[in-house]
Design a protein around this ligand. Structure first.
Ligand SMILES: NC(=O)c1ccc[n+]([C@@H]2O[C@H](COP(=O)([O-])OP(=O)(O)OC[C@H]3O[C@@H](n4cnc5c(N)ncnc54)[C@H](O)[C@@H]3O)[C@@H](O)[C@H]2O)c1
Length: 262
């Protein structure tokens, strides 16, 4: 299935690695021009280089901190100067903070809300006007099943993701008539560096035996008996960011191996 009729310009925020990069790779295979945006300058340059070399498409890497409106504006100006338009925006940047709520501090909540809520808001506020003006746009924001189900030790992450979901649904109602769609992808546990870093710190805290029991308990919660790979989730993100997803907007799509069936 060809996803895009013509070469489209896709900005992937948090695209240096993980699910964002997987989605970028799938869209690049379809001929899209890709802008990877990330806080990690070295990694984003390296990932853009790999993408361009392996697929032959035009890909660039830009450093931006999406918690800064100035950074988001400067990044957008550079993309427009280079490509003239932005057809799709994928918001994949996030941080995790594995803590009981009562052990957390307001500074922890602030950091989470800044990255996982204000980050997407900054990007949407700057990029959506380009899309509504050109009469075409696709936005995909990453949430998490924790936003719908709650998750111990990830309370303010889950809260930020729930807020993004409400934001996306609301804006989808405002810009649909301009040909712009916004959707949410809600993954279950996915084997990215973000998850691997959290698992490694749990393994150290719990010790080998208890951690091995945890791994088995987690797998039991997944009818497909495995966690996801970045491509499993990236495929849905790429579809929703493409022209093919023409009549889907304001939706939350879980890609989770059956972990939750809400
Ligand atoms: N991996 C999972 O199990 C899982 C589960 C549910 C939801 N998600 C969500 O999916 C999305 C992708 O997750 P992933 O596992 O691929 O994450 P990841 O950590 O592998 O990738 C996220 C990227 O975002 C970047 N980033 C962080 N803060 C930034 C900022 N302020 N400005 C710009 N870039 C920033 C990081 O440098 C990183 O490269 C996230 O929104 C995450 O919350 C992931």
């Amino acid at each position: 299935m060809k996803l895009n009729k013509e070469s489209r310009v896709t900005v992937v925020v948090g695209g240096a690695r993980g699910i964002g990069y997987a989605a970028a790779r799938l869209l690049a295979d379809e001929g899209a021009k890709i802008v990877l945006v990330d806080l990690d300058e070295a990694r984003v340059q390296q990932s853009a280089h790999t993408l361009a070399t392996e697929t032959g498409i035009e890909a660039i890497g830009l450093r931006a901190d999406i918690t800064s409106m100035e950074d988001v504006q400067a990044m957008t100006d550079k993309v427009v100067a280079r490509f003239g338009r932005i057809d799709a925006l994928i918001n994949s940047a996030a941080v995790l903070d594995d803590k009981l709520f009562l052990d957390s501090r307001p500074a922890d909540w602030q950091r989470m809300i800044n990255v996982c809520l204000y980050g997407p808001m900054n990007c949407l506020h700057v990029i959506l006007p380009l899309m509504t003006k050109q009469g075409y746009g696709r936005v995909v924001c990453m949430a998490s099943d924790s936003a719908r189900l709650g998750q111990a030790r990830l309370s303010y992450y889950a809260a930020a993701k729930a807020a993004v979901t409400a934001l996306v649904k609301s804006i989808a109602q405002e810009v649909g008539a301009n040909g712009v769609t916004l959707n949410i992808v809600s993954p279950g546990a996915t084997n990215t560096e973000l998850r691997q870093e959290r698992e490694e710190s749990m393994r150290k805290q719990m010790g080998e035996e208890k951690y091995a029991r945890r791994v088995q308990a987690v797998l039991k919660m997944y009818p497909m008996r495995r966690v996801g790979e970045p491509d499993d989730v990236g495929a849905m993100v790429a579809f929703l960011a493409s022209e093919r997803a023409a009549w889907m907007t304001g939706q939350i799509v879980s890609v989770n191996g059956g972990f939750a069936m809400p």
